[in-house]
Design a protein around this ligand. Structure first.
Ligand code: SF4
Length: 431
């Protein structure tokens, strides 16, 4: 009954309750069963783990029936608005002030202002509930502030601009596809490109796709019994750590290498563009670069660079002797204004990105990779246009995950039905 409701784009347990009483299809599916409204909500809250198991069974059956060959997966992600108001996001100062006022109202100590602000719930149970959420929000906000403080100079935000949602504190804040700043979750799909069945899915408290590739590879391998050999994705999933982790797992990653787009745009907008690092050749044996003028850039130190999930990479620096640079005819295109010598940086594992860039330019790889764009986006388009996945219905990551699982189950069952019908229709008639 719930899968049918998801196919119709109805994700509210209150609507399922009404439908079970009034919709003939629901009455037929439930053989007249019409649970109480509370039962539908309870079911939505406890169905998460069962959905994971059902999803695994659906994929295993599809593999057994040769509907699906799980050797290739295509991954992509999309942001989905959390069930939280974008007008109730507060910084540390506002949160402390509101906690104090709410505590005064609950305990009846310091006389609260009259009338009470609109955000204070009218009932005692509502106030207790908000106090709990504020406590969670305060903890999460402190974690965000500490994470921000650990960032490098230049990437750090003013702590007063770091906020948390009071309706769904776990949901991170970011810009959705319409560029609206709000609490949201990121949904990941791994789709098999021929059958277009969703092999695995994920829903994370994250605003970007960074760091989701390897967890999805592992999850997919668990579902398909380690048969995944190639994963296709876009440039957001192709970092040095992703390439290294895929190689460790024996999975080929087909994804283009992207220069940091923000940095590239910034560089292109600068009137005085530097000769790019790609025009310098690297000698791994001697650990040095050679510049377009033929001079050496020798190693002059390294520093640790943070990457997703507390991981780090060394970044080495190489500098040319100022004696060469000052008299060089290319100095105007190579040096920054006011600089006397050129420095280039190289990340540990850069050779993996260079090899990937070369591999992705091969025509055979490009024709295989062309499959990617035609598949995974269709799943998200169907989910958002026909199944109502523009915003989660339930609050919190646990409900968001359960909703994603139910949606994927509905989409896969519909797809299997289509594939079976297509296969029956394509058979030659016996007479
Ligand atoms: S400016 Fe220096 S690093 Fe750049 S090409 Fe000339 S000598 Fe080489």
């Amino acid at each position: 009954m719930v899968v049918y409701q998801y196919l119709k784009g109805r994700r509210s347990p209150a609507t399922w309750f009404e439908e079970a009483k009034l919709n003939e299809a629901m009455q037929w599916l439930g053989r007249g069963y019409a649970p109480a409204r509370r039962t539908w909500y309870d079911f939505r809250d406890r169905v998460g783990k069962a959905v994971d198991q059902l999803h695994k069974q659906v994929i295993e059956n599809a593999i057994e029936q040769n509907v699906l060959d799980p050797e290739v997966g295509v991954q992509d992600g999309t942001s989905v608005a959390a069930c939280a108001s974008r007008h109730q996001m507060v910084n540390r100062e506002t949160l402390q002030r509101r906690r104090q006022l709410l505590s005064d109202v609950i305990k009846g100590t310091n006389p609260p202002p009259e009338p009470l602000p609109g955000w204070v719930p009218p009932t005692d149970s509502g106030r207790e509930d908000l106090a709990d959420r504020m406590q969670t929000a305060a903890k999460i906000l402190e974690e965000r502030i500490a994470k921000n403080a650990a960032k490098q100079n230049g990437k750090r935000k003013d702590p007063s601009r770091i906020q948390v949602s009071l309706t769904d504190p776990i949901a991170p804040l970011g810009r959705d596809k319409m560029k609206v700043f709000r609490p949201l979750y990121t949904v990941q799909y791994v789709v098999e490109p021929v059958s277009r069945l969703i092999l695995s899915y994920g829903c994370d408290a994250a605003v970007t796709d960074t760091g989701t590739l390897i967890p999805m590879v592992d999850k997919t391998q668990q579902i398909v019994g380690g048969r995944l050999k190639t994963m296709m994705a876009d440039a957001a999933y192709c970092s040095i750590l992703d390439l290294r982790d895929c190689a460790d797992r024996g999975v080929e990653l087909l994804a283009p290498v992207q220069a940091n787009s923000f940095t590239e745009k910034k560089k292109q907008s600068q009137a005085n563009q530097q000769i790019p690092r790609d025009e310098f050749s690297f000698d791994a044996e001697k650990n040095r670069y050679r510049c377009p003028s033929g001079h050496e850039l020798s190693y002059c130190g390294r520093e640790r660079k943070q990457r997703h999930g507390e991981r780090t990479l060394w970044e080495s620096r190489y500098r040319c002797d100022p004696v060469h640079c000052v008299s060089c005819p290319l100095a105007a295109q190579c040096l920054r204004p006011g600089s006397s010598s050129r420095m280039v940086k190289r990340l540990e594992g850069q050779e993996l990105l260079d090899a990937q860039r070369e591999k992705m330019s091969e025509p055979e790889v490009q024709s295989r990779y062309a499959l990617r764009g035609q598949t995974v986006e269709l799943g998200f388009a169907d989910a958002k246009a026909h199944r109502g996945l523009s915003r989660f219905h339930g609050r919190g990551i646990r409900r968001a995950r359960a909703e994603t699982g139910l949606l994927v189950l509905a989409q896969n069952l519909l797809r299997i039905d289509r594939l079976q019908r297509d296969s029956l229709n394509s058979r030659e008639p016996e007479t």
